[in-house]
Each structure stands twice: as structure tokens, then as C-alpha cells.
Design a protein around this ligand. Structure first.
Ligand code: WT7
Length: 655
């Protein structure tokens, strides 16, 4: 067994015993878009029989075309191009197309700020705001293909900035507002960013974090950035650099409401989003305009069974792919009313989410297992205070949801009447790949159930062949789908190497999975050195590099350890150059990682050691470190890492 398989075996054990089946109620199914397993199967089979014809029909019906496409797919591994010859615009699909369909006066966006302020924008109003800001971009000389970096709190202006970029053909690179100045500078430099957008500050649990100050530090190292637009949000003091920094409100004041969307090639890049891979530097995942937009829209409609009167709330930040696909592009291009919330789930109290659901009568909630586990810990009394009867569909994303959390979500939040859609996908896939369709597919706690129409998963063994039903293996995707990534920004070799070389002709997801006897899929964890902390991806090597960049550190090894709330937490083993292992140094290293990457990468534990256990060939024995970090390792004679190291080299262990 390889080390990766043994890593995920814990997950397998817990999900394999799960046999409970939760079919949707007949009332739910009758009113749903897709009403039965047979209907799902028919749709799936149609797509599987002729994927190109299927997606061509979908694209014609569900996107606006300034010019129709002439070729559905051009595919030569690893380069897929969809809907060639066509011209569309994602901002048009999200706004103008909705207004044309008579939704102008319907609510597009509901927003609640952390301090309790709120805002409501109709499609007409959102259109106006986006047009004005798109005119700002044009006035600043932004042309199609320019990259714009966005580092902002979850305010309406964040969505407005994204849609304005899309409107003029600029490629946005949203950086989650928890990342450090170093991380912003790395990403900006990699993408050759021309314009930065940020805000003065960000509210977090009643405090104001100085975003602009972080950006100032980043821009000192981002050579290509010419201008910086600053939104006034928190009112904190900022230093405006003459000639570079401009206030958002000053800029829009002089702009008109009219800015026709630029017709863009189907394959024009819509955005880049950086994510961690198994090596040190994050990769800029590049998504397209037409294919991505279509996939985000249709998967949104299928998975959440979206209906005209729904109030839909996805709690993800726009700094992650979930915020791109299921806060902004998917729902808005489906004409949905979205809710955005700026702040923490436990501010001012632990019932904030439930208060928001009651206040806005949210009917679809999409959140993450890590949040659900925190709610469970905070106690049912916070939930009991509120009327959650408006809810009808519950979603989960980011990591597998353990059956205990699933049952709590189902009973306590959903009142036993709301289907749970456990959605499996990735930054790279652009949209949801596997998930129950809530009116059609009976759920099993912990399983993402079945692939969506047009998605062809395959589970491949080490021998490169499909494994027998019931066996675990590498999860791959067999045929291109419109939402798939189009590449890694500036690095075609890494794109080929990472996703397309291990199993020729197929997209390698990096996850292990198995299919049960009902054909349901169960995700069993990563096959690479990627850690999933609170549903966010980090590479062990990225954190190791950050640690080693500190002058006191000689060597570092980072592994995941189980965590009740976060799913996985980071444990670091560190050897020092000359310094003494003090409590002070430990704190300094924690701060150093925060500074290099951001708070989310900060290890939960740092253990100092004289040497790291290595194999004869010099590879760090991560499996052993994982066992030690999670308290699984046998101690006794061999109670220190040094002893392990000696043992390992004596035995000549290879992983
Ligand atoms: C990785 C992708 C997809 C948006 C959020 C994370 C894990 C994600 C599930 C799920 C089991 C899941 C996988 C995947 N993952 N959703 N429902 N069940 N695992 O996006 O940062 O690109 O991470 O998250 O390991 O490969 P991401």
C-alpha cells in the first residue's frame, strides 16, 4: 500500500459502514426541476451518448450569443476549446440577459455587512453599478486580456468588481483577503497584474483589519501594478499614494450608467484563481468565458433545484472558487437572488447564520462541513432561537462531510425535510462534478452520490486500468467538460505534467475514490501532499518552504493531523540551524508563516527536533510523522524522532 492510500484509509472506514438512504419527499420531487432517478438517468445518458451535441444544445439555450459558435469542441489533450467562433460575455449573461428576461426589478443581490448594515440591489441596479465601474476600468486604460487583482472584503463591490472586469474582458485574479502581502505580491507578479482593487479595511469579529496597508506592502513588490483602486468600507485611516491610489467613490462619481458588454471569444480567459498544488508555488488556474459560464449556470440550476422565488445563500468568500461559481457567475446568470454576508459566523453571537436565514427567508443554503462542525460544537441553543422553516435545500462543499455532521445538518438545520447536496468538485473543474440532484437522487450521508450530466468519472488503479466496483483508486475524468480549467497561467508544462500525464488522456483529479454497489461515489482523500484545512487547500511543501525561509530553520516537514473542526490541521516538525528551541522562537515561526502565506497556513503545532526521520534515499517519512502528529505512533524504546530516524535508516525503509 502506498503512503497516500494508507493516509486515506481512516476516511474509508468511516464512510464504508454508512448505508442509510434518504430519498427526497414526493412533494419535493414533484415540484423539482428533475423529478426522478429515471429523469436524471435519461439526461445523463443523453449527455454521455453524444457529449458535444448535448453541450452545444445547452450552450445555445442557456447563454447569450453576440455571435453563434461554429464548432462545439476542439480537443487535443490537454487543450480543450469549447464553442469556437462564438462571442458572449459573462457579465451580459448575469445582468443584461436577466433584464431582457423581465427580471430587471427583481432582487439580484441581498447583502448583510458584519456590523449589521445591509443593502439590496435589483438586477437593474446591479447592472448600473457594474456599468459604472466597468467605465472606470476603461478610463484607466484596461483592455481585454489585462489582469486585475482583487483583494476585498465580501461586499457588493467585490461582486461588482468581478462583473465589471468580465464586462470589459479584463481577467480577474481574486485573492482571498486573508492572504499575506507576500502571497499577494507572488500572485500579482506571476499574473503580470496591471490594476489592483482593494478596500481600506475589512470587518472581522468587530475589529477592522487594515487591508490597504497589506496591499501597500504587496505593491512595493508587485512591479507590474500601475494603479490601485480603494473602496471605503471600514473608514480606517489609509495612506493614499499620489499618482497610484484612487478612491472608488471618486472614480464612479463621474461615470455613466451605460457600458455595453464587450463581445468576447468563447475561450477568452474570464479569470485566474490561485490554488495550492503538490509543489511549493501556487498555480494560477485559468478559466474560460463561455464554457465556464455555461457549466456554472447549469450545475447551479440542477444541483440546487433553483426556482424563481428562491433566496439563495452560499456562505463562501469570493476569494475561493465556490464564491466565483456559486456566489457570482452561476446563480446570477440563472437569474437567482443571491445573499452575501460579509463577516464571521459567530459575530456578534454564534447564531448569526440562523438569524440571517430567518431575516431574509433563505431557502437554499450552501456551506462547508468545517462550519457545520463548529455549529455543532457551539450548541443547538443558537439554532433553536430561530425559525428556519424557509429552508428547502442544503448544500455542502470543500471536503467530505462526516455522517455525524451530515445527520445534524439534516435534522437540526433542515428539520428532516431538506435534501442535502454534498457537492464534489475542485477549483480546476470550475463547477460541481458530482452531487445528488435533490429531487431525483436519494442521498447517503458522506457520499457525493452521482456525476452530473456530461461528467464521466473513472476510477483508475495503479496499473492504469479501471478498478472493479467497490475498489478504491485514482479519480479521473474521461471526457472534457465545458467548465474545466484551460491551463495554469504561464505554465503549460506543469498543466500537462500535473493533470494529464499519470493516466494518459484523462484528467487526474488528485483525489482517491470508490464506487459502492449502488454506483454511488465516495471520495477518500487526496493522493498528493495537499492538506485540506477547513475546506481550503494548502500544500505541505508550500508551508515547509515558508518555514525554511526563516533564518533559524534548517529543515521542516509538514503533515496533516486530524482536527475536530477544521477537518485537518497543520503539524510542523522543524530542525534548527543554531538557535535554541524556545517558546519565543516557536511563536516567531508561527508569525513568519502568517507573514509568508497568511493566517490559514499557520501550523497548529510546531515540534522541534534534532533530525527528521528519513528513508535511505533521503525522503522524509511523512507517514511516520503523520502517525506521530495524530498520536497514533507507538512510543516506547523509540520515543523520539531521532530514534525513528536511526531505525528507519537501519531498516532502509522506503515509503
Ligand atoms: C478538493 C478541491 C470545490 C470547491 C471548494 C474546494 C476536496 C471538495 C468535496 C466533497 C469530498 C471534497 C477534494 C477536492 N473536496 N469538495 N464534497 N467531498 N472532498 O476547492 O480548494 O479546489 O479543493 O477539495 O479533495 O480535490 P479546492
Amino acid at each position: 500500500m502506498s503512503e497516500q492510500q494508507s493516509q486515506s484509509s481512516g476516511d474509508i472506514d468511516t464512510v464504508m459502514v454508512e448505508t442509510r438512504l434518504f430519498p427526497p419527499s414526493p412533494e419535493f420531487s414533484q415540484a423539482a426541476r428533475i423529478k426522478s432517478l429515471e429523469e436524471y438517468q435519461e439526461l445523463y445518458d443523453t449527455a454521455a451518448k453524444d457529449p458535444e451535441a448535448f453541450w452545444a444544445a445547452e450552450a445555445r439555450e442557456h447563454l447569450h450569443w453576440f455571435e453563434p459558435f461554429t464548432q462545439t469542441l476542439q480537443w487535443e489533450t490537454p487543450d480543450a476549446q469549447w464553442f469556437l467562433g462564438g462571442k458572449t460575455n459573462a457579465s451580459y449573461n448575469c445582468l443584461d440577459a436577466q433584464i431582457a428576461a423581465g427580471r430587471g426589478d427583481r432582487t439580484a443581490l441581498l447583502w448583510e455587512g458584519e456590523p449589521g448594515d445591509s443593502l439590496k440591489l435589483t438586477f437593474n441596479e446591479l447592472h448600473r453599478e457594474v456599468c459604472r465601474f466597468a467605465n472606470v476600468l476603461k478610463r484607466l486604460g484596461i483592455v481585454p486580456g489585462d489582469v486585475v487583482s482583487i483583494y476585498m472584503p465580501m461586499t457588493p463591490e467585490l461582486a461588482i468588481a468581478m462583473l465589471a472586469c468580465a464586462r470589459v474582458g479584463a481577467v480577474h485574479s481574486v485573492i482571498f483577503a486573508g492572504f499575506s502581502a507576500e502571497a499577494i505580491a507572488d500572485r500579482n507578479n506571476d499574473a503580470g497584474v496591471k490594476l489592483q482593487i482593494t478596500s481600506d479595511g475589512l470587518y472581522r469579529r468587530g475589529k477592522v483589519l487594515p487591508l490597504k496597508a497589506t496591499v501597500d506592502e504587496a505593491l512595493a513588490k508587485s512591479q507590474t501594478v500601475e494603479k490601485c483602486i480603494v473602496l471605503r468600507r471600514a473608514g480606517n485611516e489609509v495612506a493614499m499614494q499620489e499618482g497610484r491610489d484612487l478612491w472608488w467613490h471618486d472614480l464612479i462619481a463621474q461615470e455613466s450608467d451605460d457600458c455595453p458588454a464587450t463581445p468576447l471569444d468563447s475561450e477568452a480567459p474570464l479569470f485566474i484563481l490561485y490554488t495550492s498544488g503538490s509543489t511549493g508555488t501556487p498555480k494560477g488556474i485559468r478559466h474560460s468565458t463561455a464554457g465556464y459560464n455555461l457549466f456554472a449556470k447549469r450545475t447551479f440550476q440542477w444541483v440546487f433545484d433553483h426556482q424563481e422565488d428562491d433566496i439563495y445563500w452560499c456562505t463562501a468568500d469570493c476569494g475561493w472558487i465556490t464564491g466565483h461559481s456559486y456566489v457570482v457567475y452561476g446563480p446570477l446568470s440563472a437569474g437567482a437572488t443571491i445573499l452575501m454576508y460579509e463577516g464571521a459566523p459567530n459575530y456578534p453571537a454564534e447564531d448569526r447564520f440562523w438569524e440571517i436565514i430567518e431575516k431574509y427567508k433563505v431557502s437554499i443554503l450552501y456551506t462547508a462541513p468545517t462550519a457545520i462542525r463548529a455549529f455543532i460544537k457551539w450548541g443547538d441553543e443558537h439554532v433553536d432561537k430561530h425559525d428556519l422553516s424557509s429552508l428547502r435545500v442544503l448544500g455542502s462543499v470543500g471536503e467530505g462531510i462526516n455522517p455525524e455532521a451530515w445527520m445534524w445538518y439534516y435534522n437540526k438545520i433542515g428539520g428532516g425535510r431538506c435534501p442535502i447536496v454534498d457537492t464534489w468538485w475542485q477549483t480546476e473543474t470550475g463547477g460541481i462534478m458530482m452531487s445528488p440532484l435533490p429531487g431525483a437522487i436519494a442521498t447517503k450521508p458522506g457520499s457525493c452520490t452521482k456525476p452530473l450530466p456530461g461528467v464521466v468519472p473513472k476510477i483508475i488503479g495503479e496499473d492504469g486500468q479501471e478498478v472493479a466496483r467497490g475498489r478504491g483508486g485514482m479519480l479521473c475524468i474521461d471526457h472534457p467538460w465545458p467548465g474545466m480549467l484551460r491551463g495554469i497561467w504561464g505554465d503549460p508544462e506543469r498543466f500537462q505534467e500535473q493533470y494529464w500525464s499519470k493516466v494518459p488522456g484523462m484528467y487526474l483529479t488528485g483525489d482517491n475514490a470508490r464506487q459502492d454497489s449502488d454506483g454511488y461515489y465516495w471520495i477518500m482523500g487526496r493522493i498528493d501532499d495537499v492538506i485540506n484545512v477547513s475546506g481550503h487547500r494548502l500544500s505541505t511543501i508550500e508551508v515547509e518552504s515558508a518555514l525554511v525561509s526563516h533564518p533559524a530553520v534548517a529543515e521542516a516537514a509538514v503533515v496533516a493531523k486530524p482536527d475536530e473542526i477544521k477537518g485537518q490541521a497543520i503539524a510542523a516538525f522543524v530542525t534548527l540551524r543554531v538557535a535554541e528551541p524556545t517558546e519565543e522562537l516557536r511563536k516567531e515561526l508561527l508569525m513568519h508563516v502568517r507573514k509568508e502565506i497568511g493566517a490559514l497556513a499557520q501550523p497548529d503545532a510546531i515540534r522541534f527536533t534534532n533530525s527528521l526521520p528519513k528513508t535511505r534515499s533521503g525522503k522524509i517519512m511523512r507517514r511516520l510523522l503523520r502517525d506521530i502528529a495524530s498520536g497514533k505512533a507507538q512510543t516506547g524504546d523509540t520515543s523520539t524522532l531521532e530514534d525513528y530516524s536511526v531505525l528507519a535508516s537501519l531498516r532502509g525503509d522506503e515509503e
